[in-house]
Each structure stands twice: as C-alpha cells, then as structure tokens.
Design a binder for this molecule. Sequence first.
Ligand code: FMN
Length: 377
Amino acid sequence: MSSKLFSPVDVGPVRLPNRIAVSPMCQYSATNGEANDWHLMNLMQLGISDAGLIMLEATAIEPRARITHGCLGLYDDATEAALARVMASARAVAPQGARWGIQLGHAGRKASAQRPWEGRGALGENEQPWTTEAPSAIPFAADWHTPRAMTASDIARVREHFVESARRAARLGFDIVEIHAAHGYLLHQFLSPLANQRDDEYGGSLENRMRFALEVADAVAAALPGHVALGFRITGSDWLPGGITVEEAATLATALKARGVSYVCVTSGGVAHASIKVTPGYQVPLAEHVKAASGIVTRTVGMIVDPHQAEAIIAEGQADIVAIGRAFLDDPRWVWHAAERLDALDAIQYPPQYERAGAPHWRGAALLRPHEALSLA
Ligand SMILES: Cc1cc2nc3c(=O)[nH]c(=O)nc-3n(C[C@H](O)[C@H](O)[C@H](O)COP(=O)(O)O)c2cc1C
C-alpha cells in the first residue's frame, strides 16, 4: 500500500490513522441545543466510515451563538449530557484509532437565522428571533438583523464561553477542539474589514483584527489537557475587494501556530455575498499557500470528491489532510470506495459484518460502481 492519503499524520498530540476528515456539517436538528436521535444516526454512520477524523458540526458556545434554533450546543449540563449519549454510541461502533473532533463556534451577525430548508434568511418576528451581536452594527445583508456592536465585556464573555465549551468537549473525550473562525461567523467577522469597522484595539490593522481570535486561541489552549489538539478553521479569502487575502490568512496561521494551535483548515467566503467559482479543489491553492508560508499542519476542503484528486493533494504536499463534506452525506462509505480505488484496503478497518459487500468479495460492487473499474471477483 503506497497511498499517501491512507498514511497516518500527527496533529499535535493526536495521531490520525489516515488523512481523510469528515468536514464539519450542521444538521440543524437539535432541540434547545441538545443532540438527539438524528445525531445518533448520523454520527454512528460516520463512525464506521473509516475516516481518520470525524468532525462534529459547528457547536454553539452559548444559546445566542447558534445560527438557527436547530443548531447543536455545548453550553450547559443538558447539552453536554445529550452529546455524551450520542458519542458513547458512535465511539462504540467506530474502528480503533478513529479520532473525533468538535467545532466550537459563535454565529455573530449570522445568528437568529432560519434552517436552510425553512428559507435560510433571518428569523421573522413570529419565529422567535433573538438579538444578534457582532464587532460592528452592520448587518450581513440588507434583509438581515442589525447586530449589536460588542463591548469589551461582551468580548470577554464570549472568550470565556469558548473556554467553558472546550472544557466540556475535553470531558466528553474529544481528541480535537476546532474553533470556527470562518464562513462569516463571529471570529471571522472580527478578522474581516468587511464586517469589522471598530476603532478600538479589536479593529483596524490586521494585528488588531486578529486580536480576538488569538485571545480565544490562548485561552482555549490553556484550558485544554495536553492530549487534546486545538485547531482553527480560517478563511483563505473573502473573495471580495477589501476583504481577507490569502497573505493575511497565512499571517493568522503563523500567529496561531506560535500559540500552540496544531492545525488550520483553510476554507473561504461567507462574510458577505460574493460570487465564487466552485470547481473541484477550488480552495486547495489557498491551503497550499498557508501551509507553505506558515508551516502549520493544514487541512484543505471544497469539492474534493475523486479519491485520486485527494491522493494527489496529499502526495504533492499541497495539504496534510483532506476534508470532505457533501460527498460523505451522499456516500458515507466514501473512504471504503476510495480505498478500493487506491488499492489501500489493507489500511482500513472495513467492518467484518459488511465484508461480503466489498469489492474483493462481491461482483455486485463492480456493477454498482462501474466507472471505478473495479475488477469482477
Ligand atoms: C449541510 C452542510 C452543513 C455545513 N455546516 C458546516 C459547519 O457546521 N461548519 C463548517 O465549518 N462548515 C460547514 N459546512 C461546510 C463544509 O464543512 C465544507 O467546507 C463545504 O461543504 C465544502 O466541502 P465539500 O465540497 O466537500 O462539501 C457545511 C456544509 C454543508 C453542505
């Protein structure tokens, strides 16, 4: 087996058995922030996927930090207990060595929104909206809530909530805690001049705009036990004039690395409407730049569907880990099929209960996936 995609990688103190990550994906299905049977099904299914890292969805650090009424939370004993039940079951079926991460976030001015299947806009008067907060009182778009500009004590409160949620995550046994600083949510809003027009020490220069994210990094790093890795999801580009550039992303990654952050995932967009050309691997050059400039372990993401493309990204050193989102929703067995195509079946722990359906044992697999040129056993 010579696949680089299926080789292990160290992320700070945590070893991933391969370089495939399930990208964090909101399910918008929690009740009062509490995980339920949908999360149980979703995470048990992803648990047996053989992905080296399974990231849980953006998880709110306080109720007002949720994007929608259905967002997952980790901010009190009830949300912690609900997630503990789900994680115990997911871990029970996952192969040995699978690593679990949770993404902690605050939606800022993009909070108080409708679930995607309910419209995706700001919550209306009769949908129990709540007051949003952000670096500046600038709405995400014309028809969105105008947020309240955060005071210094709001900033300190949010930082403390990140710490408390990270402590709960460590108690739940997560291997990785990832801070969401992308996709136009609160920390990204502080980082981007398009949303941050403050004139205090949190606005203006890049150094000032990075201050809040770096304070969160310091505080969470200090609170996590040594065996838990801390990562950040950052934006590689706002794709808009006056927005964050890949050079600024690299500066942020370098500063995070200096603070003991173990990896970044480089994504893009979301702080304001932009037209983005989404082609296979479109964000890989952003990750490649950040990785080369900062030397931090780097995860890439975005329309990476073909296993050979994922393999090439790792083999050519453009990124250290490949995150895959929608392809896992469509096909939770993506890793097994990638291992078939990359001749790496010996690198995964295919569940023996399902073994008779695998390509080496079942001619039907080649009929199901004829384009993959599987040999008929
Ligand atoms: C249903 C859905 C929910 C998502 N939720 C999150 C999230 O909670 N946190 C996050 O950082 N990105 C989220 N994303 C973005 C994905 O993690 C990923 O970056 C994006 O889908 C591009 O990767 P893909 O082309 O492999 O799907 C979500 C994407 C989808 C499709």
